[in-house]
Design a protein around this ligand. Structure first.
Ligand code: PLP
Length: 458
């Protein structure tokens, strides 16, 4: 019997991460004075080894042994051919997924949670605070903190906190604490609740709450951790694409199309960046980050300098942004409800090296259910957006009669997202549309902000 999955032997697991900053030029993050941020200024928020990685342009960065030991629990992840889906679509395309849903918390998020917990531990930090949208990141950081004996406090966006109560239980099982955000415990939370007591919350609010908590700790032993967007997160996630390239080498194939859903951009970047490096060197390959139409950061917003959070605690980052006050509709893909996009992903879009797509919520669930019925795994709501784009590309290949090789990031399983599936299956799931006026209004903040330069790296 021919196996559906390409399994990379343990001793072939990559021992270094790939850093895209060695291949592209980037606008620097800016401080409140409009000047590039001095990395030292970030020390109340992040430990030094992560700040060094954030600004490093070294091409390869060693993965520490204790991190490899924890990765060993679930990595390398399989590269699996979706023969069932291919058959259902009657497509000549070969469809592969890199399955990141097999990690203990159920997504790609521990690829960065583990090194982040490790670098905090060796820097003498005792507690990490963070936000979580879908609950996957909070679970991943709680799991990672348990591996290194750190305490973990998670501000979970209210709409997801209410939709997914078992995510909190998961975090608590690993010893973490999980709080609904906006909360009454921080200034940001109190302000948000005063403005709208019924707000569904947003990642921008939760990020501010978590940063406020970390920098307000007088012991100096707390730091904040971000699960996406930043350069060091993209770096850690590159393990996905580096493994995938080795797996394609084993079967003597190479993808024509790379796809990943993008909230802050990390699972997409993890799979795609090692292939982007090849594209920069002349390989012909189409690379698509996919977002929901309800939060159209890459497809309908400007490339600007904006804050990563609502209160403006983060530096200003050069990125596509809907404006940090934008509160996305309460779609079920909580991890895709973010107003901005990773600066690295944004820069690659600006340069035309990758091409964003957007999909409807109902199309995403249609693809997710088709996936579950043909391939078995129930995908996370976020992953469904990537699968909708996979189906679209596979059908296009059928129309053109071409045997394209498609690879997508299967960013997580949806076993704790069944309320959403229930709504879809019973026909109660609604589509949500963003009006131009709402985007124009939330983008008004950019009027007085500095503008990023249009850089060309290649
Ligand atoms: C399963 C899953 N996929 C994708 C995402 C989106 O995040 P990112 O774009 O950083 O991969 C999330 C975020 O919570 C997630 O939980």
């Amino acid at each position: 019997m021919k196996s559906k999955s390409v399994i990379l032997p343990k001793d072939e697991m990559p021992r270094q991460w790939y850093n895209i900053l060695s291949d592209i030029k980037m606008n620097p993050p800016l401080g409140p004075d409009g000047k590039p941020v001095n990395p030292e200024a970030l020390t109340p928020v992040f430990p030094m080894p992560l700040i060094e990685q954030e600004v490093s342009s070294e091409r390869w960065i060693d993965i520490p042994e204790p991190v490899l030991d924890v990765y060993d629990i679930w990595r390398p992840s399989p590269l699996t051919r979706a023969t069932g889906l291919e058959k259902a679509l009657k497509t000549p395309a070969k469809i592969y997924i890199k399955n990141e849903g097999l990690s203990p918390p159920g997504s790609h998020k521990p690829n960065t949670a583990v090194p982040q917990a490790y670098y905090n531990k060796i820097s003498g930090i005792e507690k990490i605070t963070t936000e979580t949208g879908a609950g996957q990141w909070g679970s991943a950081l709680s799991f990672a903190c348990a591996q290194f004996g750190l305490s973990c406090k998670v501000y979970m966006v209210r709409i997801s906190f209410d939709q997914k109560p078992y995510r909190k239980t998961m975090m608590e099982t690993w010893g973490g604490q999980c709080i609904s955000s906006p909360s009454p415990y921080t200034k940001t939370g109190k302000d948000a609740l005063a403005k709208d007591p019924d707000t569904p919350g947003s990642l921008a609010i939760s990020i501010s709450e978590a940063i406020e908590d970390a920098i307000g700790d007088k012991t100096g032993k707390s730091r904040y951790s971000l699960g996406s967007v930043l350069n060091h997160v993209m770096l850690h996630q590159s393990i996905i694409g580096l493994e995938a390239k080795k797996q394609f080498e084993i079967i003597g194939e190479y993808p024509d199309i790379v796809i990943g859903c993008a909230g802050g951009g990390s699972n997409f970047a993890g799979l795609a960046f090692p292939f982007v490096a090849d594209k920069i060197n002349g390989k012909e390959i189409e690379i698509y980050p996919v977002e929901p139409k309800a939060c159209p950061t890459m497809t309908r917003s400007p490339f600007v300098y904006d804050y990563g959070d609502i209160a403006g605690y983060t530096p200003m980052l050069p990125m596509y942004s809907l404006g940090h006050n934008f509160v996305p509709a309460p779609i079920h893909a909580g991890g895709l409800r973010y107003h901005g996009m990773a600066p690295t992903v944004s820069q690659l879009i600006k340069e035309g090296l990758i091409t964003p797509k957007s999909v409807n919520q109902l199309d995403a669930y249609k693809a997710g259910v088709l996936w579950a019925r043909t391939e078995g795994f129930i995908p996370a709501p976020e992953t469904n957006s990537a699968l909708a784009a996979v189906v679209e590309e596979a059908l296009k290949a059928k129309e053109e009669g071409r045997e394209k090789i498609i690879v997508a990031s299967f960013s997580g399983h949806g076993l704790l997202d069944l309320t959403a599936y229930e709504k879809y299956l019973s026909g109660e799931m609604a589509e949500s549309v963003v009006e131009d006026d709402d985007i124009i209004k939330s983008c008004e903040v950019f009027k007085d902000y500095p503008k990023p330069e249009i850089l060309k790296s290649t």
